[in-house]
Structure formats: C-alpha cells, structure tokens
Ligand binder design. Structure first.
Ligand code: UGA
Length: 435
C-alpha cells in the first residue's frame, strides 16, 4: 500500500482521496481552505455526494485519511502526489491553469524524495509535459519526478459509486515505471486499466466528455423535430438505443446539459482545436444547440400561455442534475433569467441545492421550503431537475395547488398515460402535449 497526497479537495480530489484510502492506501488530502480542512478533519464533506460522508468517516477513524493545509507536511514521505485542483474556464473558453502551476511549484519546493505526480484535473493536451518541466525548473532537492495523466470519469451525484465501479481507469505515461506504480495503486478497485501515452490520455478525457455532450445535443435536436412531426422521443431513443452500436445511455432528451464539466470541457476542446487552426464545427454546433435547448421550456410556455407578464411560475429543481447541490452552469439560471425578463414571478424549490442557488440565481427569484408551497397559486410549473421527489409526486398536487395546472416538464418525469388521467395541461420535451 502506498503513501499518497492528493492536492485539491473539490469533488474529484476528495472522492479520489477517500476512495484510495478505502482500498487501504495512506492518504493525505491537501487544500488551501483552512475552514474546509477543519470540517473534513471532523468527517464532514464540503460537498453533497451520496455515500461520501460515511466512507470518509470510516477511513479517518481507521487512520488512513488525513487532511491538512500544509504542503510541507502533506508531501512529506509521499511516493505519489495526485493533482486535483480546478481548471476553471477563462473568458475566451480556454482552461485557466494557474492553480495547476501553483501546485507544480509547491511540489518542486517541498518534495525531498522521488515522486510520481499524477494529474487528475482535466487539462489541455500538453499540460502534463508543462507541469513536469515547471517542477523540474523549480526543483529544490535532487530527486526524480515522473508524471502520469490519470483523467477522472466520475459523475457528480454518483461519484462514490463510480469510483468503485468505473468502466476503465486510463493511465497515460511516457515512463513505464511511473505507469506501473499507478496501475498497481488502482489494482484493488478491480477496474480495467487502460495504458497509453500522456497526450493520448489527456485527449481521452476531452474527447469522452465532448462525445457525451454530442449525444445529448443530438437527442435534443431529434426531440425538437419529434414535437413538430408528432413522434415520441422516449420511444425513438429506446428504439435507437437497442442498437448496441448506439447504446441507451445519454439519450435522455431535456433542457440541455449543465454542470462543471460538459460546458467547460466542450468549449476548451474547441479552443484546443482553434489553437492549431482547426475549426471543430461539430462541437461548436453541439454547444449552440445546448444553449438553445436551455430556452425550450420558456419558449413553450410563451407559445401556450401567450405573454408571461404577471404570471407566477413555480420552478421545481435548481441543481444541474439530481443528487447534487451543484449549481454550476445549471439551466435553472438561464431559464429564470428569461422568465423574469418576460415579466413572470419565479418561486423556486430544490431539495438540496437551495443554499448554493441563492448565491448564483438572478435577483428576484424567491425560495420556498417544499413543492406544495412553490405550486400554490402558480400559473405554470417548470420542472428543471428530475429529482426523485418530483418524479414520485401524486400528480393531483399540481391540480390542487396551482391556479392553472400548466406543467412544463424539462426532464420528461411523467408517463403520458398517467398524465392523461389527470386534469393537467402537460408539455414535456419531444413528446406530444397532454391537454
Ligand atoms: C460528466 C461525465 O459524465 C463524467 O464521466 C465526467 O467525469 C464528468 O462530467 C467530469 O468531467 O468531471 P457530470 O457532469 O457529473 O459528469 O454529470 P452527467 O451525469 O454526465 O450529466 C451532465 C449533464 O448532462 C447534466 O446536466 C444532465 O442533466 C445532462 N444529461 C445527461 C442529459 O441531458 N441527458 C442525458 O441523457 C444525460
């Protein structure tokens, strides 16, 4: 079992550190945020991620998982250092590598033993080479440093499950020895380890996210056409997915993808292409389709209700997807902005993301504590996140609470046959309306 440091305790770093400790490694997670570190030392996860607190606690108690703000202490005696800091999007769509560069310099300053540096953060092709040369430039002690690209494929909301059940682990290294070390570390997970070179591993991450985003925009375009020609997107996607070459996953039509990864990584990949004078036309279209899809519900509401001026809209769900409190790039923000511009009043409810939402949603949105309160007296309900709680609702709640039971479902939460038995006016994505 190895002694490992993980720098950065966002959801990638924290889940990685916790999972590595759970299979028996000795892990120290390092973060510059003192308050966050103090909370994590007590076993409190800074992010909402199902199952994480429990796994975190059992490894802290077993003495395998520590947290610190001190790089010197964190790196001391470690054979492997994972970099899992953020690579936020710059205004021009490129990835901002300032946090990565800082970690590289910290490693160079503090390591006193040979070390394998592993990049988990999503970084443009060539960044691992840049990290290695930066470390070598600033290196204080005479030690051997090698680099491995080990991109992350966890999904928020099921990150703990994914850590133990991924489809593959990608290990990109130009040093056989360093790659062997990382393959060995991951053996206890029992997940197939795909070995390649550093640059191909970096590209696998961007290409995977861009491909999944493409699937989503594709199915959303098919859904928009289905609405006009009277077909049902659910049946279309099911029939398509039965072809093993297509597969069922990521064919759920909706209001477009959000989150901290797809929007950022698709833009970054178009920039990577632009830097070598390649216009990635397909991916540019994927991004445009997605931005347009965020407006699908509001456009539908306008065409059904006419003006939205003075209308009360209940917004059910704010997080970019269920089982997370993450509001980054959530379609809820663009949708509420448009509703407010159209003169509507927005009353929002989300089971988990409300605190985060209050910091980023447009001013003027008000928040309530449950579905019933949100629906009370509303002229329209917008379902933005497909939380289980909303899917399980007795549909009579809409009819009982709303002034007019106009439901615009951006996530196709309900079966059309069940809706047909109610008095709902129901408009979903890529399916015939039920009125
Ligand atoms: C995504 C990838 O799925 C992970 O493999 C990857 O590790 C991660 O990005 C990352 O790069 O860190 P995540 O953003 O957590 O994970 O969430 P997804 O479950 O992929 O959903 C992304 C967005 O696509 C959500 O807004 C979701 O509502 C939307 N989506 C997903 C659809 O609209 N339709 C689908 O069929 C699937």
């Amino acid at each position: 079992m190895k002694k490992i440091a993980v720098v950065g305790t966002g959801y990638v770093g924290l889940v990685t550190g916790v999972a590595l400790s759970d299979v028996g490694h000795q892990v120290t997670c390092i973060d510059i945020d003192q308050k966050k570190v103090e909370r994590m030392q007590k076993g409190v996860s800074p992010i909402y991620e199902p199952g994480l607190d429990e796994v975190m606690m059992r490894n802290i108690e077993a003495g395998r998982l520590q947290f610190t703000t001190d790089h010197h202490e964190g790196f001391s005696g470690k054979e492997v250092i994972y970099i899992a800091v953020g690579t936020p999007e710059r205004e021009d769509g490129t990835a901002d590598l300032q946090y990565i560069d800082q970690v590289a310099k910290d490693i160079a300053t503090h390591v006193k033993q040979d070390v394998v540096v592993v990049t988990k953060s999503t970084v443009p092709v060539g960044t691992n080479d840049h990290i290695l040369s930066l470390i070598q430039e600033y290196l204080v002690h005479d030690v051997r440093v090698e680099i491995v690209s080990n991109p992350e494929f966890l999904r928020e909301g099921s990150a703990v499950y994914d850590a133990f059940n991924g489809d593959r682990i990608v290990v990109g290294s130009d040093s056989q020895r360093a790659g062997d070390v990382i393959e060995e570390i991951n053996k206890p997970f029992g997940i197939y380890c795909y070995r390649t070179d550093v640059r191909s591993a970096e590209m696998i991450k961007y290409a995977s996210n861009a491909f999944l985003a493409t699937k989503i925009s594709f199915i959303n375009e098919i859904a928009n056409i289905c609405e006009k020609v009277g077909a049902n997107i659910e049946d279309v996607a099911t029939g398509m997915g039965m072809d093993g070459r297509i597969g069922h996953q990521f064919l759920r039509a909706g209001i477009g993808y959000g989150g901290s990864c797809f929007p950022k990584d698709t833009k970054a990949l178009t920039q990577i292409a632009a830097n070598i004078d390649h216009n990635f036309e397909l991916l540019n279209a994927v991004i445009r389709v997605n931005n347009h899809q965020h407006r699908a519900l509001t456009e539908k509401a306008k065409s059904v209700l006419g003006s939205l001026e003075g209308k009360r809209v209940a917004m059910l769900g704010l997080a970019f997807k269920p089982n997370t409190d993450d509001m980054r790039e959530s379609p809820a923000m663009a949708i509420s902005q448009e509703l407010i511009l159209a003169g509507a009043t927005v009353v929002a409810y989300d089971p988990i993301a409300m605190d985060n939402a209050k910091n980023v949603m447009p001013a003027g949105v008000s928040y309530v504590q449950n579905v019933e309160e949100a629906l009370q007296g509303a002229d329209a309900a917008f379902i933005v996140t497909d939380w289980k709680e909303f899917k399980a609702l007795d549909l009579s709640v809409y009819v009982d609470q709303m002034a007019e039971a106009n439901v615009f479902d951006g996530r196709n939460c309900y079966d059309l046959d069940k809706v047909a038995l109610t008095k709902l006016n129901y408009y979903s994505i890529g399916r015939p309306p039920v009125v």
